[in-house]
Design a protein around this ligand. Structure first.
Ligand SMILES: Cc1cc2nc3c(=O)[nH]c(=O)nc-3n(C[C@H](O)[C@H](O)[C@H](O)COP(=O)(O)OP(=O)(O)OC[C@H]3O[C@@H](n4cnc5c(N)ncnc54)[C@H](O)[C@@H]3O)c2cc1C
Length: 793
C-alpha cells in the first residue's frame, strides 16, 4: 500500500520513469490482511492531513480505475470514557476545521443514536467523523497500481530485490533476481522487511514487527435486518475497534503484552507471502469480553475466523516517511501501523518532497531522521511495545511515558532529577520541563493544572532574579575550513557574521524558499564556525550541512552534540552572578549582546554566547560535557545569595512567547517562507545568491496567502497548543501554531497564520479552544520589553 501509494503520486507529479519492484504480488505483504479502516481522527495535525487525503481519494478510485475497492463510507465514532479524552476530541475537532474533514464532538446520547448497538454506560461523549470508513486493502492497492501504470509507472512483480549498492557516481544500483536497475533515487517501502533492506546501505530503521489480531464473527441478525451500516467504533475502555464486515462483526483489540511477529534474529522468511500466524486468543480475551459487554448483540456471537498478522510500530507510532539519515537519495516509506489509511497521503506528500525538495505539509512528525542512533534495538522494542499497548490510551499533555528511557542523559541528569526535575524526552535527550520542588506530581490534562503555578514561579525567577537551565540537547556542529564562510553564506538566507566572535540567527531555505532549518551561527575564527540548532534536527541538519556542500568546497562539518554541554544563565542578576566567577570583563562594552568569547568561569574554559531565547540579560555557557557538572555547581553556589532558581523548558515556552520569539517546528516549518513568518530582517536579499532566493523574492513580490500574527487572547484555562482554528465571525481565516500563558504579563499569548488582510495590528478575531471561542487581538510588537532593552542591558 505504501509503495503503490507513492508510485502513483510520483507519476502524478510527472515522474513517469519509476519502477516498483515487488518480490511476490501486490498487496501480499501486510496489506492484504489489514482490516482496512481509514480513520480521519488522529491526534497529529500533519498525519491527520495524510489520512484526510486518503479519505478523499479512496472513494473515487473505483470509478477512476474500474477496480473494485470495497470503500464503505460509514464514518466512525470514537467513544470517550473520561473528560480528558473529551478535551482531546475537542482539540482534534478544532484542527479538523482547517484540514477539512467533518467531525463533531457528541453527547453520550448521540453516541447511542449513531451506534445503536452499544451500551453507553460510562461513555462521556464521542468524536463522530463523517468522511471516513473502511476499504478493501488489496482492491484499493490494486486500483492505485492501475492509476499509476496509466500515468507511465512500471510495476514488476515476482522479482525480489537482493541488494542495493551505491555507485561511485552517486547513483544507486538495485540488484534484483531479474537483473540490476541503476537509478537516481531508491525508496525502501519493504514493509516488514524494511530493516533488512536498510541494512544493505547501512541505515538502521527503528521499528519492530509485532502481531496484531482481529476476529470476524458469524453474521449477526441485527446487522442482517438493518440496511444502514454501523460506523467503525473505536473504544478506549475496551482498547479495541469494532465494525461491520458485511453482516458480520469485526473486532480488533490492542492488548497489553504484545508479541514480536518473528522473535529473535532473522525476521520473516524472504519467500513468505500472505503470511498469517495462528490465532492467539488468550492475550486478547479480556478485551474481547469488554467489547461483548459494550455491544450486547455480540455477546454470544461465534467467531468465524481470526486474522493474526504482522504490524509495524515505531517508537512514537508515526510512520517513517522521508529521507533516510546519512545517505543521499535513499528514502523510506513505511514502518506504519496504519498503512492503509496512510498509503495515499504518505505517497502524495513524499512524492512532493522527492520531486520538489519539500512537501506542502510539515513532515517533521514522519521524517525518519526524527530518531537518532539512541533509537537502537532495545529502545525501539521497548517503545514499540509501549505504543502498541497504548493505541487507545490518550497520552495527556505532560504525561511522560517511561519505556526505553532514559536514552540520552548528561552528567547533570541525576543531580537535576534529585532536585525535582521532571524530564521530557526530545530526540532521546532527557530535558527538564519543570522542577517539582515540593514533590508534587503533575495532574496531567489539557487545562491549567498544578504545574501552572510552578512554571509561573520559574518564570518569575528568570524575569526578576536569575535562572539556570540545562540545554545540552542543542544540536551542535563545528564547520571549519578555508571555504567555510563561503559555503555557509551560500546556503543561509542571512549574512554569516563577518567579525570573529559575532553571532547571527540564520535560516536554510528549500529551493522553493520555505524554511528548512534554523541555526545560531557563531564565528569563532575566519575559518571556524560554531552552529547550534534544535535538538530534533540533529540528523537532518547534519545531512543538510554535509549534503549541501559542493565537491569543490574545502569544508569539514563535525557533529559535536554529544561532546558539549550547555547551561543557560538568564535574568537581571546573571551578570552579577557570572562576574563573581570569572576574571573576564562582562560589561556591555566588552561583551556585547550577540557576541561570543571564551572566558574562564570557576577555572573552567567556557565558550560563552551572549544570547538567549527568554529575552533577558544572560549567557549560554558551552563546555565540554565533562565540565558541565562542576560549572553548574559553581554557578549554583554563587547564585544562592542572588535567588537563583532552576527552570525548565515549560518556562522557556512562556518566556519566549512574551518576547514573540518564533519557534522552529511550529511557526517556522517547511510549509512557510520567511516572508509569511515576518522574518525578513533575517534575510539578506542583497546577497548575490542563497538557496531559495529566487522563490522567496517571488513570494515577497506576489505576497503570500498567509501571514504570521502574534496575539493576546481572552483568559482561558487552556493554553494554545497549535492547530486551533481562527475565525473572523463565522469565516475560518487561519490556524494557530503555538502559544503559552505569559506569566509576567498575565495574558494568554499565541501565534497564528491568518489571511494577510486579517493580520493588521489590533485586528480582532476568535480562536476556538476546546470547543469554546475566545476573542483575541493582534499585537503590534512583543508584549514584554518590546525595545529589547533587557537582553542588551
Ligand atoms: C490484523 C491487522 C489489521 C490491520 N488493520 C489496519 C487498518 O484497519 N487500517 C490500517 O490503516 N492499517 C491496518 N493494519 C496495518 C497495515 O496492514 C500496514 O500498516 C500496511 O499494510 C503496511 O503497508 P506496507 O506497504 O508498508 O507493507 P506491506 O504491505 O508489507 O508491503 C511491503 C511489500 O514489500 C515487498 N518486499 C519486501 N521486501 C522486498 C524485496 N526485497 N524485494 C521486493 N519486494 C519486497 C513485500 O512482498 C510486500 O508486498 C493492520 C495490520 C494488521 C496486522
Amino acid at each position: 500500500m505504501m509503495g503503490v501509494g507513492l508510485l502513483y503520486h510520483l507519476a502524478l507529479e510527472g515522474w513517469d520513469d519509476c519502477i516498483l519492484v515487488e518480490k511476490a504480488e501486490l498487496a501480499s505483504g501486510s496489506t492484504w490482511h489489514a482490516a482496512g479502516q481509514c480513520p480521519s481522527f488522529i491526534g497529529n495535525f500533519s498525519i491527520a492531513q495524510v489520512h484526510h487525503y486518503g479519505n478523499t481519494l479512496y472513494p473515487r478510485l473505483e470509478e477512476m480505475t474500474g477496480q473494485a475497492t470495497g470503500w464503505h463510507g460509514c464514518g466512525g465514532i470514537r467513544l470517550a470514557a473520561t473528560k480528558e479524552e473529551l478535551d482531546w476530541f475537542r482539540y482534534v475537532e478544532g484542527f479538523s476545521r482547517n484540514i477539512g474533514f467533518r467531525m463533531q464532538v457528541v453527547s453520550p446520547e448521540e453516541c447511542q443514536r449513531i451506534n445503536p448497538f452499544i451500551d453507553a454506560t460510562g461513555v462521556v461523549g464521542g468524536a463522530w467523523t463523517l468522511d471516513d470508513g473502511h476499504v478493501d486493502p488489496s482492491g484499493c492497492c490494486k486500483a492505485m497500481a492501475i492509476a499509476a501504470r496509466r500515468l507511465g509507472a512500471t510495476i514488476i512483480e515476482g522479482n525480489r530485490v537482493t541488494d542495493i549498492r551505491l555507485r561511485p557516481t552517486g547513483e544507486w544500483e538495485v540488484v534484483t533476481e531479474q537483473g540490476n536497475i541503476v537509478c537516481e533515487h531508491v525508496v525502501n517501502a519493504g514493509g516488514c522487511y524494511a530493516d533488512r533492506i536498510g541494512a544493505w546501505v547501512g541505515v538502521h530503521i527503528p521499528y519492530i514487527n509485532l502481531r496484531h489480531q482481529y476476529l470476524v464473527t458469524e453474521p449477526i441478525d441485527e446487522f442482517v435486518e438493518r440496511e444502514e451500516e454501523m460506523p467503525v467504533t473505536r473504544d478506549s475502555s475496551c482498547s479495541a475497534y469494532y465494525r461491520q464486515e458485511q453482516k458480520s462483526a469485526l473486532i480488533g483489540p490492542y492488548e497489553t503484552g504484545s508479541r514480536e511477529a518473528w522473535p529473535g534474529e532473522g525476521g520473516q522468511d524472504w519467500n513468505a507471502t500472505h503470511e498469517l500466524f495462528p490465532a492467539e486468543m488468550d492475550p486478547i480475551m479480556p478485551w474481547l469480553d469488554k467489547v461483548r459487554k459494550r455491544v450486547p448483540i455480540l455477546a454470544d456471537a461465534e467467531v468465524e475466523r481470526v486474522v493474526n498478522g504482522a504490524i509495524a510500530h515505531t517508537p512514537d507510532d508515526n510512520p517513517l516517511v522521508g529521507p533516510a539519515p546519512g545517505v543521499r537519495n535513499f528514502w523510506l516509506c513505511g514502518a506504519t501501523s496504519l498503512g492503509i489509511a496512510q498509503g495515499a497521503g504518505s505517497g502524495k506528500y513524499l512524492a512532493q518532497w522527492m520531486v520538489h525538495g519539500a512537501s506542502e505539509i510539515n513532515m517533521a512528525s514522519m521524517d525518519p531522521r526524527r530518531f537518532g542512533s539512541y533509537a537502537d534495538k532495545a529502545y525501539t522494542s521497548a517503545k514499540g511495545h509501549e505504543t502498541y499497548a497504548n493505541m487507545y490510551v490518550l497520552q495527556l499533555p505532560g504525561d511522560e511515558r517511561p519505556a526505553g528511557r532514559p536514552a540520552r542523559t548528561t552528567p547533570l541528569y541525576e543531580k537535576l532529577k534529585a532536585k525535582g526535575a521532571v524530564h521530557t524526552e526530545v530526540f532521546g535527550w532527557e530535558r527538564p520541563s519543570w522542577f517539582s520542588l515540593d514533590g508534587r506530581e503533575a495532574e496531567c490534562g489539557f487545562r491549567h493544572n498544578n504545574v501552572f503555578e510552578v512554571v509561573a514561579e520559574e518564570c518569575r525567577a528568570v524575569r526578576e532574579r536569575v535562572g539556570v537551565l540545562e540545554l545540552s540537547s542543542f544540536s551542535k556542529y563545528e564547520v571549519q575550513g578555508a571555504d567555510a564562510e563561503t559555503f555557509l553564506d551560500r546556503v543561509c538566507a542571512n549574512k554569516v557574521p563577518i567579525r570573529d566572535g559575532r553571532i547571527v540567527l540564520a535560516h536554510f531555505l528549500t529551493g522553493r524558499g520555505r524554511i528548512e532549518s534554523e541555526f545560531t551561527i557563531t564565528r569563532l575564527a575566519h575559518d571556524h564556525f560554531y552552529l547550534l540548532s534544535a535538538a530534533v534536527s540533529e540528523l537532518r541538519d547534519f545531512d543538510l550541512l554535509t549534503q549541501g556542500m559542493l565537491e569543490t568546497e574545502n569544508v569539514t562539518v563535525a557533529n559535536i552534540t554529544d561532546e558539549w554541554g550547555v547551561l543557560v544563565l538568564a535574568g537581571p542578576r546573571s551578570r552579577e552572578l557570572l562576574a563573581s566567577l570569572t576574571p573576564a570583563d562582562l560589561s556591555n562594552e566588552h561583551f556585547r549582546w550577540l557576541s561570543a568569547q571564551t572566558i574562564e568561569v570557576a577555572g573552567i574554559d567556557v565558550r560563552a554566547l551572549r544570547v538567549n531565547y527568554v529575552g533577558e540579560l544572560g549567557w549560554e555557557l558551552h563546555v565540554p560535557m565533562n565540565q558541565l557538572e562542576p560549572l553548574y555547581d559553581a554557578i549554583w553556589s554563587a547564585g544562592e545569595s542572588l535567588g537563583i532558581a532552576d527552570f525548565g523548558v515549560d518556562a522557556v515556552n512562556s518566556l519566549r512567547m512574551e518576547k514573540a520569539y518564533r519557534a522552529y517546528g511550529t511557526e517556522l516549518t517547511t510549509e512557510i517562507t520567511m516572508v509569511d513568518a515576518d522574518m525578513e530582517r533575517f534575510v539578506k536579499f542583497e546577497k548575490e545568491h542563497f538557496v531559495g532566493k529566487e522563490a522567496l523574492l517571488t513570494r515577497k513580490e506576489e505576497g503570500g496567502d498567509l501571514r504570521l500574527i502574534y496575539a493576546q487572547m481572552a483568559s482561558s484555562d487552556s493554553d494554545i497548543r497549535g492547530g486551533e482554528p481562527v475565525f473572523d465571525g463565522e469565516s475560518l481565516i487561519g490556524v494557530t501554531t503555538s502559544g503559552a500563558y505569559g506569566h509576567a504579563v498575565g495574558k494568554q499569548l499565541l501565534f497564528a497564520y491568518v489571511k494577510p488582510e486579517k493580520s493588521a495590528p489590533y485586528s480582532t478575531f476568535d480562536v476556538e479552544v476546546l470547543s469554546e471561542r475566545y476573542q483575541a487581538e493582534v499585537l503590534p510588537e512583543p508584549i514584554f520589553d518590546p525595545e529589547n532593552e533587557r537582553p542588551r542591558s
